[in-house]
Design a protein around this ligand. Structure first.
Ligand SMILES: [Zn+2]
Length: 138
């Protein structure tokens, strides 16, 4: 649940960096970003929380009653930048587990690594050339 609302928070902030919008617009925008339409009951508590944290401000749209426009604040932008950094390092960490490093030349491969047994140990290489030169040297 907490996890879900932080994802929603993240996407709301991203949507608000594009333009200021009112609640309904935001639901439509989030549908585009997230691929599914969030419900108003999902959005409004998150907006309320972010407003009290100072990440968004609310402006009344002039001439129209009860229509509020949400706007991201400088604090909100900073918070989003921090979230982005955290997401980046998560993605990086996930990739690191998959990345193989050629023991000969040191280049990193996400896929296509060649696995060879050298002196009874499994080693990864980027190409046959590396595998050959490595085994010759050892
Ligand atoms: Zn190599």
């Amino acid at each position: 649940m907490e996890n879900m609302s932080s994802t929603t928070k993240y996407f709301i902030l991203i949507a608000l960096t594009r333009k200021n919008m009112h609640g309904y617009e935001m639901i439509m925008e989030l549908e585009k970003i997230m691929g599914k339409k969030p419900s108003a009951s999902q959005i409004y508590p998150v907006l309320k929380k972010m407003k009290s944290s100072g990440y968004v401000t609310v402006e009344k749209i002039s001439g129209r009653k009860k229509v509020k426009s949400y706007k991201i604040t400088a604090d909100g932008k900073k918070f989003l930048a921090d979230l982005n950094k955290r997401f980046d390092s998560l993605v990086e960490a996930a990739l690191k587990n998959k990345i193989k490093v050629c023991v000969h030349c040191g280049c990193e491969m996400v896929k296509g690594a060649i696995q060879k047994k050298v002196n009874g140990k499994n080693m990864f290489f980027c190409c046959e050339m590396c595998a050959k030169s490595y085994s010759h040297h050892k």
